[in-house]
Unconditional design. Structure first.
Length: 336
């Protein structure tokens, strides 16, 4: 395996790429050309042109290397849900398709580790651009945000049997109690941060919010599918019948069954999005407290990830400051 990159994002040799293509598409398939796509910090992504295959233009995504193949003296940089999330992606997109949400077409997904110690998947390439592309006019963007709001509302109607993370076999790893999933997530983040001596004491303070206020979070009893990483870069758009439309919502691997208000994009000020979503947020004292707690946990998780997982310290510092500011707000609530 190539060692061109360090950390989570790690390239593979051209021999390995050809081998994975042959395994998934057959020995008659020829690789006409391929290139490494930029922008991903977690998964490693290639675009590949094929000949003698049912698909001529595909995307290959590879998850980070598995822990059992890492030096045992190095602590696992990944969270437990991150180890299984790519294998769960086909399940998430199947939920999307059944509900009428535009989704990518996954051709093959292999998490056996038999060829390479990483989960990998082939997807059909979608000719498109991301929603944050500079060529999209404000008028078009407003209409696309409204469409995204409609899709998000549909997604939040997809119910799970429990709270937690979907698995590749269709089960959910979590709990019947929303508070337990939140506390487990907060506790794991705090543990990883403590191992790195990052933001000392803050993780424990955040975990305590979810431990001490179980009743507040367990008022939420309906687990629904949330994308958990819904921002412009994960929305692909294309021109259809003379106007731009959403081609697919991608990177659904962080999806979980949660309180619908755990979806961070609901805090967007986009009027067009909320027009499409067409569901008010819980304006009660409890609803506002829960959303603040979610923002604290999300911001703390992002601070750790940017600082210690994907080596983006400037963003890490931004999230660190946000976490501390939000914690101050929490302390002013009656729940503290």
């Amino acid at each position: 395996m190539s060692t061109m990159n360090s950390g989570l994002h790690c390239t593979i040799s051209s021999e390995m790429l050809h081998h994975l293509v042959e395994k998934s598409f057959g020995s008659d398939t020829m690789v006409k050309g391929f290139g490494l796509l930029q922008g991903g910090l977690f998964n490693t992504t290639y675009r590949i042109q094929l000949e003698h295959a049912s698909y001529t233009d595909v995307i290959l995504r590879l998850a980070p290397e598995r822990t059992e193949h890492l030096d045992t003296s190095v602590r696992d940089p990944l969270f437990s849900f991150e180890r299984t999330m790519m294998a769960a992606e086909p399940v998430v997109y199947e939920y999307y398709r059944k509900a009428g949400i535009a989704a990518p077409n996954i051709i093959a997904c292999d998490d056996s580790g038999s060829i390479i110690p990483r989960t990998y998947m082939f997807m059909e390439f979608i000719p498109s651009k991301q929603l944050d592309h500079s060529s999209i006019s404000e008028t078009d963007k407003g209409r696309l945000y409204q469409q995204l709001g409609v899709y998000t509302a549909i997604m939040h109607q997809i119910e799970g049997t429990s709270f937690g993370w979907p698995q590749g076999d269709g089960t959910i790893k979590g709990s019947d109690y929303w508070s337990e999933v939140l506390y487990s997530f907060a506790e794991e983040t705090a543990l990883k941060a403590a191992q790195a001596n990052y933001m000392p004491g803050v993780g424990e303070e955040i975990a305590a919010i979810f431990m001490k206020n179980k009743d507040l979070f367990d008022q939420v009893t309906r687990p629904v599918l949330v994308h958990n990483d819904l921002w412009e870069a994960n929305v692909l758009v294309h021109e259809k019948q003379g106007e731009l439309n959403i081609a697919a919502i991608i990177d659904g691997d962080r999806s979980m069954f949660a309180d619908r208000e755990f979806e961070a994009i609901l805090s967007t000020e986009s009027a067009a999005f909320h027009e499409g979503y067409d569901r008010p947020l819980d304006s009660s004292v409890e609803g506002q407290a829960r959303r603040l707690a979610y923002r604290i946990l999300s911001s703390y998780f992002n601070a750790y990830v940017h600082e210690h997982q994907v080596n983006q310290p400037e963003d890490g510092q931004k999230y660190q400051q946000r976490t501390l500011d939000l914690l101050k707000q929490w302390k002013q609530l009656e729940y503290n």
